[in-house]
Design a protein around this ligand. Structure first.
Ligand SMILES: [Zn+2]
Length: 265
């Protein structure tokens, strides 16, 4: 049986999670987006795990800076990543539709999800989705290399995946994201319930219990940018009625709140 934990990284600055999947029976582990290495090495050694592979979603340093040290410590590890990435420590480059088989009972499909960056990919199977900085709990990544048009397309791709998928993102920005979500979508009862139930233990080791993609579809404004009640608000802010423009207007709105241009408290 595969277990999953989230190891905090870049705590206090970027608040990343490095997701570690492991099988105690075979003593194999797989790591997603190691932006740092020492805490991953410590965890693997403490649990007598060998690192079999690293999955990379995109080129940002907070997702890749631990890879060189991990490769030095675990000689057998294969690094998977986007075909389109400029990052050069990738052993196997992936495009949309490719399948990554990590073990007899662990494999992923690749989805190209550009927008946050131009090279971003996500990994999913029948149960799990690792979408890094494309979609966060209650929010999404900023546009740092891709375009709003790509981002809107990528979100719609994720929206078409199964509601049952357990959803693993790369940053602990939940409190901030849900505050913005409640500001722009105050009448959403599922969101209000989610706010009440949310407990954040960061930077403790994340035990891997996460929400579903179906829940995100109900509460995350960036999954709902082209639906009411968000759409009317975005049109009132001057957005054209295209997915790219609606998404861009919502993203800019959140950026203004993050920058203190607009105060939501
Ligand atoms: Zn990023």
């Amino acid at each position: 049986m595969i277990k999953i934990v989230g190891i905090p990284a870049l705590v206090g600055t970027y608040d990343n999670y490095i997701w570690v999947l492991f099988d105690e029976h075979t003593a194999k582990a797989w790591v997603v987006d190691p932006g740092e290495s020492q805490q991953v090495i410590d965890f693997l050694q403490q649990h007598n795990l060998d690192l079999a592979a690293i999955l990379v979603t995109h080129r940002h340093f907070d997702h890749i800076d631990g890879i060189a040290a991990l490769k030095q410590n675990f000689a057998n590890c294969t690094v998977y990543g986007p075909e389109l990435t400029p990052f050069n420590l990738i052993d196997k480059r992936l495009r949309e539709g490719d399948q990554v088989t990590l073990s007899g009972d662990l494999s992923f499909q690749v989805l190209e999800t550009p927008g946050h960056t131009e090279d971003h990919i996500s990994y999913y199977n029948d149960h799990l989705l690792f979408c890094a900085d494309t979609l966060f709990t209650g929010g999404c990544g900023r546009i740092l290399g891709g375009t709003a048009e790509q981002f809107a397309d990528s979100i719609i791709k994720l929206r078409n995946l199964s509601d049952d998928l357990l959803f693993y993102c790369a940053h602990e920005y939940t409190a901030d994201n849900l505050a913005f979500a409640a500001y722009v979508d105050p009448g959403n009862p599922v969101l209000q319930q989610r706010l009440k139930e949310t407990v954040i233990n960061y930077p403790a080791l994340h035990d891997g219990k996460v929400g579903t993609l179906g829940l995100e579809k109900q509460i995350n404004p960036f999954m709902r940018f082209d639906m009411e009640p968000l759409k009317s608000q975005l049109l009132a802010k001057g957005s054209a009625e295209t997915p790219a423009q609606l998404f861009a207007t919502l993203r800019t709105w959140k950026d203004h709140v993050d920058q203190g241009v607009e105060n939501i408290n």
